[in-house]
Design a protein around this ligand. Sequence first.
Ligand code: PLP
Length: 372
Amino acid sequence: MEEIQYYRPTKAVIDLRAIQENIKQLREHLQSDVQIIAVIKANGYGHGDIEVAHAAIQAGATILAVATPEEAVHVRSHISNTDILVLGASPVSFATYAAQNNILLTVFSKEWVEQVALLQLTNKLKLHIKMDTGMGRLGITSTYELQHLYEAIAATKQMELDGIFTHFATADEKDTQYFNEQVKLFADMLQVLPVKPRLVHVANTATALVKDRSLQLDAIRFGISMYGLAPSHYVAENLPFPLKPAMSLETELVHVKKLAAGQSVGYGATYTAKEDVFIGTLPIGYADGMLRKLTGQTVLIDGKRAPIVGRICMDQCMILLPKAYTVGEKVTLIGTQQNVTISLDEWANKLDTINYEIPCIITNRVPRIYTS
Ligand SMILES: *Cc1c(COP(=O)(O)O)cnc(C)c1O
């Protein structure tokens, strides 16, 4: 990829070794014939789809998964050989490109198959049937539909049933009742198929890490923990191996000033110095994903926590410095300095959300810089 010169010091640093380490650890945990599908949707959970894909393939992943046709096209324009599975819905109009470029599509409608059959594809289109066993999202819900969908695919030479899968709603929770119902429903519905397709897969990260190994089946869809994050507190407490977070968020002080007691900071003048203080200005704001709700969150400078003061602006925010640091001093918003860590989970807690959302909200204005 082309070298871009960055002038602003704000960057998301992605440790590709951490991603590879997480995959290698998973590999040890899996039975030997289980394939790893690296889930790189949403630009690799905000980490960069192409770089993550290359690292994942090197570490042993054999299939890539994305959410949308556009994501598949983007990945295919950089990576020519590896299978790419589109987990979400694809329109009939995407079938021709998919067949020509070895993109595996998710299917859950007999009518869709019949319409694709009219296209007279010259390359074989590989399909994965999606079963809805309890997510209530995509997928067929009955053996009747499965039977008819299967027959529609079998009736055409242009399409091939390559896989069948389902997705769990509660795999990351301690309670197993709903999960077990989904497992059973999937197993029962599978009986309808006269032949087993190449890839039967049900496990997301949580299932692969904390559920019975028999659910690894032919492949597991490894998402959040490839990036070094646990799917939930429950999974975090029951991990079979330690995870290495891949993303840190860093910047530098671009201005340092002394405020006298009584002077204020930011829009609305919501922070007023009670005594003489040093304020540092950071070139990162809510347009970078540093949401205004993070007001009061701390950052790391010189291995110590310093609080954000005043309202976070679109492009900048201000921190209360423990002393007069110089411009250019490194500031870590997410990551580790001298054994002190601010995790993505800390941000997620502060924002009342899950860690999945955090790397996704770090916007494109923040360059992803890779170390390996
Ligand atoms: C996103 C997604 C995954 C990956 O989930 P993780 O919890 O990140 O492992 C797996 N399967 C499907 C269908 C998905 O949409």
